[in-house]
Design a protein around this ligand. Structure first.
Ligand code: MOS
Length: 787
C-alpha cells in the first residue's frame, strides 16, 4: 500500500480515561481489518465441498464493526457534502441564495447548476450499464426541476454537522409548473415501452384467442389489483467517499452493486481516463437493486472533489433515500378461464406501471403469466405512464414481485370457481414445456416443490371451506402460491493465483451486497483445489480487478462463480500436467482420474499423491496463475427456458376487529439448481420471505398528489417488517442440477424468495375470512373494511 492509503490516515490518540471513548471516536482505522479489506475464513473452517453449509466468512468483520462501508473510509482533510433537495415537483429554479451558508466559517463551497464545474452534458455519458431507454438524471445539470426531492445544491463544509446546518440556510426559489404524479389519474396517456434494458423482454405476442375464450367461459375470474410505490431501505444508506490522491488519482468508496459500473460513469461524465479512477465497494450494507445504477451522491461527491481538489464524502440521509429509484406503483388486471376440469382456457394479464418523464423504466411484469402454466390462449399487455417522478429502479425480483402476485391471487380465485384445491389447480395446469416459446425448461423441479412444500406444511389437512377455523379472536387461514424468476448468466473474468505456500488468491470485480459472495466464491475455489477455506482469499469490490457484472438478477453465482471455477480448473490442469511430466507414477493418469484434497493432487486409484506446493515449485516459480473468461454458452442456452421456481405455503391469523394479519408460518420450497452453500442460500430465501411479508402487509410510499411528493419518507411512517411481524419460516431446497444455466449446476437464489409470498398471504387471508384482498399492502383498514 502506498502512503495515500486510507488506512494510513492519521489516527486519533488512544482513549485513556473515558471508558466510552471508543464509542465516541469516528476514526475506525484501529479496528480496520487487513489492509486489503478482504475477509478470510477462520482457521479451522477446513475442507469444503460444493454444498457444504458455511456461515459467512465476513460475519465477524461485520458484527464487530471492522468492515467498512462507503461512508466510513477515512481520508486526510476530508470535506463533507450535504445535499439540498427541492420540495417543488416540477418547475424552474429562479434563484439559489447560498450567501448565508457561505458566510459560515468552515463552509467551503455551495455547488449548484450555476457554478458547478464544467462536465459533460450529453445523455450518453451518463448512461450506466443498466440504464433503461431515455435520458438519465443529471444532478445539478440545469435549472429544471423534474421531481420533488431533486438535489439542487451541494453544501461542502469541514464537518458533517456544519454542512447539514448550512444546507438549511440555502434558499432555493422555484417557479413551479403543474405536475402529474398520480398514475391512475393519468392512465389515459399510457404508452407502450420502447426500452431495451438488460434483463427485460417485452411481452410476447398474443397466442390463440384469449379474449374470445374468456368471454365464452363459464368458469372464469376477473381480478384487479394495485400495488403502491415501495422504496428500498437497505441498512447502509447511499454514500460515496471520493479520496483525491497526490497525483490526482481518485479512489472512490461507493455504495454500489457494481464498482465497474460506477467507475464507467465517473470516467465518462468527468472525462477522466479509466486509470485515473478506482471505485471500491468491499462491503455493501444491502442494496436490493437500489445500487444497480450509480446514485446522484456519487456524481455530486466526485464533482466537488474534482472542483475543490480535496477529498469529499456525501452520504444520503434516510429521508433522502426516498428521493431516487423505487419499485414502481403498478395496476394489474388478470382474467383467467378454465374448462370443467380446471384446465386453463384463457390467460389475460394487463399491467400499467409508472415511470419518469425522462426514462422508460421497464420490468417484466406480465410475461410470467404466459410461462408458468400451460395455456393455449394468452394475451399479455404492459404499458407505462410517465410521471413527474424520479425513474423507478429494480427492487428485489423486479416485475415478478407484482406480476406473479396478481397471477397467483387470480389462480386462487379460479380454484374456488372451479371447485378445486388451489394446489390441485396448479398441478392440472403444470407446464412441462414452456408454451410461450415452445421450448423445454433447462430444469424444472416445481412439481417436487409443490409436493415437498405441501408435505412439510401439512397442506392435506387444510379444510376446503374458507372461514372455517377460528382460534380466540382470530380467523386462521392457509394459502399457497407459486413463485418463479429467471435463471440468468452474464459474463465475467476471474484470475486465480496459487502460491507455493499453499495460499490461493482468486479475484474478480464482483460485489457482495450482503448475499454471501465472499463466502461462496471462496468455497467454490477451495472446493476446486481441495484447499481448506482459510488458505483461500477471494478479492472483490474493486474496479481494477478482472471484469465482473453488477451484482443483480440473482446471477452472481452462475456468472462469477463459474468464472472462479473456470480459473481454478485451469490451475488444476496445469498441476496435473506437471504431475504427469515430473512425478513418478503419474505419467498415464488422465485428468478425469485425479482429485484435489487436503492440499494434494491425488490419483483416484493407486494411492498416488503429491502436494500442490511441490508442483507449484517444479519449474522454479513460486506461483501458478490462471485467467478465465466466462461467456455464457448462448447457443446451448437459447434452446431452453431457464427459470427458478418455488412453492410458498403460509398460515395467517386475522383479527377482523383490529384488522391485523399475523403470518405465523411460511414454508418456501425452492428449486434453484445446485445449492453451493445451503446456509447462505437459506438466508437469501428467508430474507425474501420476510420482505414478502413486508410487501403484503406493510410497505407503501404514499404521495400527496397536490404537492407531488412522497410523504412518509422515513422508517417511522414507512413500515418494514420487523421480528415481531415474522413467524416461523421453513426453507427447503428441492434437488436440481442445471448445467445449462451454469457449469456449477447453480441457478441463483437472490430473488426467488420474495416471489409469491404476498400472494400466498392474500390467499390465506381469503381462506381465513372469506374476504378477497388483492392489492398490497393489505393494511388493517383494508382488512377491516366491510363492503
Ligand atoms: Mo436485484 S433487484 O437484481 O439487485
Amino acid at each position: 500500500m502506498n502512503d495515500r492509503s486510507p488506512l494510513s490516515a492519521p489516527r486519533h490518540p488512544s482513549p485513556t480515561d473515558d471508558p466510552l471513548a471508543d464509542l465516541h471516536t469516528t476514526d475506525l482505522s484501529d479496528l480496520a481489518i487487513e489492509a486489503d479489506q478482504q475477509p478470510r475464513a477462520d482457521v479451522g473452517t477446513g475442507t469444503v465441498q460444493i454444498g457444504t453449509g458455511l456461515s459467512r466468512i465476513d460475519a465477524l468483520a461485520k458484527v464487530t464493526g471492522r468492515a467498512r462501508y462507503a461512508a466510513e473510509h477515512p481520508a486526510d482533510d476530508l470535506l463533507y457534502g450535504w445535499v439540498v433537495n427541492t420540495a417543488a415537483a416540477r418547475g424552474r429554479i429562479t434563484s439559489i441564495d447560498a450567501s448565508r451558508a457561505l458566510a459560515l466559517t468552515g463552509v467551503v463551497d455551495v455547488l449548484t447548476h450555476e457554478n458547478r464545474p464544467k462536465m459533460r452534458s450529453l445523455d450518453l455519458f451518463y448512461k450506466d450499464m443498466t440504464a433503461p431507454a431515455g435520458s438519465p438524471f443529471k444532478p445539478l445539470h440545469d435549472d429544471e426541476v423534474h421531481y420533488s426531492g431533486q438535489p439542487v445544491a451541494l453544501v461542502v463544509a469541514r464537518s458533517l454537522e456544519l454542512a447539514r446546518h448550512a444546507a438549511r440556510l440555502v434558499q432555493v426559489r422555484v417557479e413551479t409548473q403543474p405536475h402529474e404524479t398520480s398514475m391512475l389519474a393519468h392512465r389515459d396517456r399510457s404508452h407502450e415501452p420502447k426500452s431495451l434494458k438488460a434483463g427485460y423482454s417485452p411481452p410476447p405476442k398474443p397466442r390463440g384467442a384469449a379474449d374470445a375464450h374468456w368471454e365464452d367461459a363459464s368458469i372464469r375470474v376477473d381480478t384487479e389489483s394495485y400495488a403502491g410505490v415501495e422504496h428500498h431501505n437497505p441498512m447502509e444508506m447511499h454514500a460515496s467517499t471520493v479520496i483525491v490522491g497526490k497525483d490526482g488519482h481518485l479512489t472512490v468508496y461507493d455504495k454500489t452493486q457494481g464498482s465497474q459500473n460506477s467507475r464507467w460513469v465517473i470516467s465518462r461524465v468527468f472525462g477522466l481516463p479509466a486509470r485515473k479512477v478506482t471505485v471500491r465497494n468491499p462491503f455493501v450494507g444491502g442494496a436490493f437493486g437500489s445500487g444497480l445504477r450509480p446514485q446522484y451522491q456519487l456524481l455530486l461527491a466526485t464533482m466537488a472533489a474534482l472542483h475543490l481538489k480535496q477529498s469529499v464524502r456525501v452520504m444520503l440521509t434516510r429521508q433522502q433515500m426516498f428521493t431516487f429509484g423505487h419499485r414502481p406503483e403498478t395496476w394489474q388486471r388478470v382474467r383467467l378461464a378454465s374448462d370443467g376440469e380446471g384446465r386453463l382456457t384463457s390467460v389475460i394479464h394487463e399491467a400499467l406501471a409508472e415511470t419518469s418523464r425522462k426514462e422508460d423504466y421497464v420490468e417484466v411484469v406480465v410475461n410470467w403469466s404466459g410461462q408458468l402454466y400451460h395455456c393455449e390462449n394468452v394475451r399479455l399487455d404492459y404499458r407505462l405512464v410517465a410521471l413527474d417522478q424520479y425513474s423507478p429502479i429494480d427492487m428485489r425480483a423486479p416485475g415478478a414481485a407484482h406480476g406473479v402476485h396478481a397471477l397467483e391471487v387470480a389462480m386462487d380465485e379460479l380454484s374456488y370457481a372451479a371447485g378445486l384445491d388451489p394446489l390441485e389447480l396448479r398441478l392440472r395446469n403444470y407446464a412441462d414445456r414452456d408454451s410461450a416459446q415452445d421450448l423445454p425448461f433447462s430444469t424444472k423441479a416445481l412439481r417436487e416443490c409443490y409436493a415437498q412444500g405441501a408435505e412439510r406444511f401439512g397442506w392435506s389437512r387444510r379444510p376446503r371451506q374458507p372461514r372455517s377455523r377460528r382460534e380466540g379472536d382470530e380467523w386462521v387461514g392457509w394459502g399457497m402460491a407459486t413463485g418463479t424468476w429467471d435463471a440468468m448468466q452474464m459474463f465475467a473474468r476471474a484470475r486465480a493465483v496459487l502460491h507455493a505456500n499453499g495460499q490461493l488468491v482468486v479475484e474478480s470485480a464482483a460485489t457482495d451486497i450482503g448475499t454471501g459472495t465472499y463466502t461462496v466464491m471462496t468455497q467454490i475455489a477451495a472446493a476446486a483445489l481441495g484447499l481448506p477455506m482459510e488458505q483461500v482469499t477471494f478479492r472483490l469490490g474493486d474496479s481494477t480487478l478482472p471484469v465482473a457484472p453488477i451484482e443483480g438478477g440473482s446471477s452472481h453465482v452462475t456468472t462469477v462463480g463459474s468464472a472462479v471455477e473456470g480459473a481454478c480448473e485451469k490451475i488444476q490442469r496445469e498441476l496435473w500436467k506437471r504431475a504427469r511430466h515430473h512425478v513418478d507414477g503419474f505419467a498415464k493418469v488422465k485428468f478425469e482420474d485425479v482429485e484435489f484434497s487436503n492440499g494434494h493432487l491425488n490419483a483416484r486409484t493407486g494411492g498416488l499423491s503429491v502436494p500442490l506446493e511441490q508442483l507449484v515449485r517444479l519449474k522454479g516459480e513460486d506461483q501458478i496463475e490462471a485467467k478465465y473468461l466466462l461467456l455464457p454458452n448462448l447457443l446451448k442456452q437459447k434452446k431452453y427456458v431457464r427459470a427458478v421456481h418455488s412453492a410458498v405455503f403460509c398460515e395467517v391469523r386475522v383479527d377482523e376487529e383490529l384488522g391485523t394479519v399475523r403470518v405465523t408460518r411460511v414454508v418456501s420450497a425452492v428449486a434453484a439448481g445446485r445449492i453451493i452453500n445451503p446456509v447462505t442460500a437459506r438466508s437469501q430465501v428467508i430474507g425474501g420471505v420476510v420482505w414478502g411479508i413486508s410487501q403484503a402487509l406493510l410497505e407503501e410510499t404514499l404521495s400527496d398528489h397536490a404537492l407531488g411528493r412522497f410523504m412518509n419518507h422515513n422508517l417511522g411512517e414507512y413500515h418494514v417488517a420487523v421480528n415481531a411481524d415474522v413467524g416461523e419460516i421453513d426453507v427447503l431446497f428441492v434437488e436440481e442440477d442445471d448445467r445449462i444455466v451454469s457449469r456449477l449446476g447453480a441457478k441463483g437464489v437472490g430473488e426467488i424468495g420474495i416471489v409469491g409470498v404476498a400472494a400466498a398471504i392474500s390467499n390465506a387471508i381469503f381462506h381465513a375470512t372469506g374476504r378477497r384482498l388483492r392489492s398490497t399492502p393489505m393494511t388493517p383498514d383494508k382488512v377491516m373494511r366491510r363492503d
